[in-house]
Design a protein around this ligand. Structure first.
Ligand SMILES: Nc1ncnc2c1ncn2[C@@H]1O[C@H](COP(=O)(O)OP(=O)(O)OP(=O)(O)O)[C@@H](O)[C@H]1O
Ligand SMILES: [Mg+2]
Length: 251
């Protein structure tokens, strides 16, 4: 089953002729349920524009996006915000944690907003906190955490409500290498053991090597696709990625 279908997606910024910029140009791809897909491409190639459209935060100029078989263009207002809250988890580069809430309260937000029962919220928060190795930080406030711990808290919040898909725009962008690896390990764990589908934008080949598949975006289109082999290690996939990225620079 396809968790995500993006068909002929086009996004043109700017109203006036001459002032317009085509950020996405008839871009299409699909993603199967349970896949971990990375997106790379030069600065300005349209990666964030794509993610913002898929996340329903921005409206494309034309084309179609289906999540779990449902076309998101048909949703608006309350229906759209409910759909977003239920089906999508976001991890952004800025952690967007609320400073006056504890780690536990921050992680619980997607569920509190859906009026889930307190006992069920506690159970769900404890479960994701274990996966992300922050179980002993739940009563702290964001300012008391390291960058990596903040990022894992944001990841826990993205996961707590069992979304159909997790979207990450440079989720490791603000982390040092050690914390980036532990974040990517946690995402891999969610993907492999919880079956969560992940779509992640990154500029970093090392981060992309954790995914099963890489889409390279150029000029608002999918320029190249690279699959990790069945038994291929992250290390050799990383080498493959470096090779196609070098190629991309030459074309
Ligand atoms: N709100 C906007 N108004 C006008 N142009 C925009 C807007 N947002 C993005 N663009 C343009 O669209 C293109 C794609 O931008 P986008 O943010 O998707 O790139 P990106 O691939 O995410 O780049 P980066 O790696 O630097 O984050 C760029 O040329 C950018 O200048
Ligand atoms: Mg971007």
């Amino acid at each position: 089953m396809n968790i995500l279908e993006v068909k002929n997606l086009t996004k043109v910024y700017g109203e006036k002729e001459g002032n317009q910029h085509t950020a996405l140009n008839n871009l299409s791809f699909t993603m199967e349920k349970g896949e971990f897909v990375a997106i790379m491409g030069a600065s300005g190639s349209g990666k964030s524009t794509l993610l913002n459209a898929v996340s329903t935060l921005d409206v494309p100029t034309s084309g179609e996006i289906k999540i779990g078989g449902k076309s998101i263009a048909n949703l608006s207002g309350r229906k759209l915000s409910d759909f977003r809250a239920k089906e999508i988890g976001f991890i952004f580069q800025e952690f967007n944690l609320l400073e006056n809430l504890t780690v536990r309260e921050n992680i619980a937000l997607p569920l509190s907003l859906q009026n889930v029962k307190a006992a069920n919220i506690k159970e769900a928060v404890d479960r994701v906190a274990l996966i992300l190795d922050i179980a002993d930080l739940l009563d702290k406030y964001p300012e008391q955490l390291s960058g990596g711990q903040k990022q894992r808290t944001a990841a826990a919040r993205a996961l707590v409500h069992n979304p159909a898909i997790i979207l990450g725009d440079e989720p490791t962008g603000a982390l040092d290498s050690k914390n980036a690896h532990s974040m990517l390990d946690a995402m891999t764990e969610m993907n492999v053991n919880q079956g969560v589908s992940i779509l992640m934008v990154t500029h970093d080949a090392m981060s992309a090597s954790y995914a099963n598949r890489l889409l390279l975006i150029k000029d608002g289109q999918v320029y190249k696709e690279l699959n990790k082999g069945q038994n291929e290690s992250n290390e050799t996939f990383y080498q493959d990625i470096l090779n196609v990225v070098a190629q991309l620079g030459q074309d």
